[in-house]
Design a protein around this ligand. Structure first.
Ligand code: GTP
Ligand code: MG
Length: 452
């Protein structure tokens, strides 16, 4: 997610030895300055960062450790507003009411869904979404689909005004003891007085704990400017940067908090519901410095993986009983973790691998699609016991999945091998062997060719 920025810092750090001179420091900071500007970080922020790092490093003695410490301290400072909320914070008295606002098409509705999913899955909260966008004809329909997909309740009323809907929705949330209310509003320009007045009224009716401004990261510095305008006209408590997966070089995220004076709270990097990351400054700094973000990863995994189910699965693997139903169940769990790329980026030292993975979509890879197609043509018994699959049955599957027999054989064999490998890994020495293999791969110049 922060590939460009992480590379910039890594390069600069690489320019300084453990003990070095001012010349090396200058070389490192000059290069850093250039690459940060190129990555769209605002020039004032770059200047502030560079002067601090130069000064502090000189003061403490030019060398890698002092350079790293200065960089880390200043980055944390730039990304933090003292006393302000980080990630998601809950009101002392539920429900926590969040108003989602922003320009047309910035990603409000999608982000509302992602936030609801995050709160439901990771924080185990009861969430109600209120559809208060009556400008666009299909807006309520879009939210219905999103809410259904993530199994979160939706409140809507196509015959009422946004203010009425918000009042009624919050009344329902209070009565039915919801933890969080997310209000999706219509997209609008700050210069549209009528719509801004409506928003102001909605705000008054909602009396929200948080006002999240959803900004499209691909608009670069415009995201910052419009956030500033909404802050002045309506008041905002946080910014969510959406579409960070696009062409974004990441620089906007680095300067935004300081430029707007409101913390960046979440980053959306993909169209799917799990593609939302909390923006917690010290964790982000760790990622920027190439040290990964194990905390966020652990939180995601803990929420996505049901411990009982995980144990049951391990037992099955150990006994060599892993079947096609288990495979489908595992795929469902994987989906909750988000994209492979975002997961890799959180593991220390795996940032480069994340880059090589590109936008690989495990769920939609040809291999997984083929297995899914095959499984959907199988009977219940066949799913539970792949050994039942003789040639007659395989031919039936081939016809059902639109593959030839050879293909079916290959997919089945791959599946069998994978199950065998998993069984081996689950034995005592298995993990060690795997680690040895990984070490060899890394020492041997990185990864073998990965599927795209
Ligand atoms: N790639 C990518 N696309 C996104 C992301 N967030 C939203 N989108 C896409 O952006 C488009 C607009 O998203 P919406 O959520 O409908 O935006 P909105 O602000 O509600 O739009 P209006 O209600 O019309 O103002 C959709 O096609 C989304 O799928 C993201 O993080 N990454
Ligand atoms: Mg919308």
């Amino acid at each position: 997610m922060f590939d460009t920025l992480t590379d910039s810092f890594k390069n600069a750090i690489g320019k300084i030895r453990f003990h070095d001179d001012d010349k090396a420091l200058k070389k490192a900071t000059t290069e850093l300055k250039k690459s940060l500007l190129k990555a769209d970080v605002h020039h004032k922020v770059v200047k502030e960062l560079i002067s601090y790092v130069e000064l502090e490093t000189k003061k403490n003695g030019v060398g890698k450790d002092n350079f790293l410490k200065a960089l880390q301290d200043k980055l944390t400072d730039i990304l933090t507003i003292e006393g302000a909320a980080k990630g998601f914070t809950f009101a002392s008295k539920p429900p926590t009411v969040v108003l989602m606002i922003g320009l047309q098409g910035s990603g409000k509705t999608t982000t509302t869904g992602k936030l609801a999913y995050f709160l439901k899955e990771q924080k185990k909260k009861k969430v109600l979404i209120i559809a208060a966008d009556l400008q666009r004809l299909a807006a309520v329909e879009q939210l219905k689909q999103i809410a259904e997909g993530i199994e979160v309740d939706l409140f809507y009323d196509e015959d009422a005004t946004p203010t009425q809907i918000v009042e009624d929705g919050i009344y329902k949330a209070e009565k039915e003891l919801y933890d969080v209310v997310l209000i999706d509003t219509a997209g609008r320009l700050a210069i549209d007085d009528e719509l801004m007045q409506e928003l102001s009224n909605v705000k008054q009716a909602a009396n929200p704990n948080e006002l999240f401004y959803v900004a499209d990261a691909m608009t670069g510095q415009d995201a910052v400017r419009t956030a500033q305008t909404f802050k002045e006209k309506i008041g905002i408590t946080g910014v969510v940067l959406s579409k960070f997966d696009g062409d974004s070089k990441g620089g906007v995220a680095l300067g935004l908090t300081q430029q707007v004076g409101v913390p960046l709270r979440f980053i959306g990097a993909g169209e799917k519901m799990p593609d939302l990351e909390q923006f917690i400054s010290d964790r982000i700094v760790s990622r920027l410095m190439g040290a990964g973000d194990v905390e966020s990863l652990a939180e995601k995994a803990a929420a996505a993986i049901d411990p009982k189910e995980a144990k049951r699965m391990t037992q099955k693997i150990k006994k060599g009983q892993f079947n096609f139903n288990d495979f489908l169940a595992q795929m469902e769990q994987m989906k909750k973790l988000g994209s492979m790329k975002s997961i890799m980026g959180m593991i220390p030292g795996m940032g480069n691998m994340a880059k090589q993975l590109g936008d690989m979509d495990l769920e939609n890879s040809d291999e997984v699609k083929q297995i899914k197609a095959l499984v959907s043509s199988m009977t219940r018994k066949e799913r539970e016991n792949p050994d039942l699959l003789n040639n007659t049955r395989k031919r039936r599957l081939a016809a059902g999945a639109g593959l030839d027999l050879q293909h079916v054989n290959r997919v089945l064999k791959q599946f069998k091998n994978a199950a065998k490998m998993a069984k081996k890994m689950s034995t005592k020495g298995g993990m060690k062997e795997m680690q040895k293999m990984m070490a060899q791969m890394q020492g041997g110049g990185g990864m073998p060719n990965l599927p795209r």
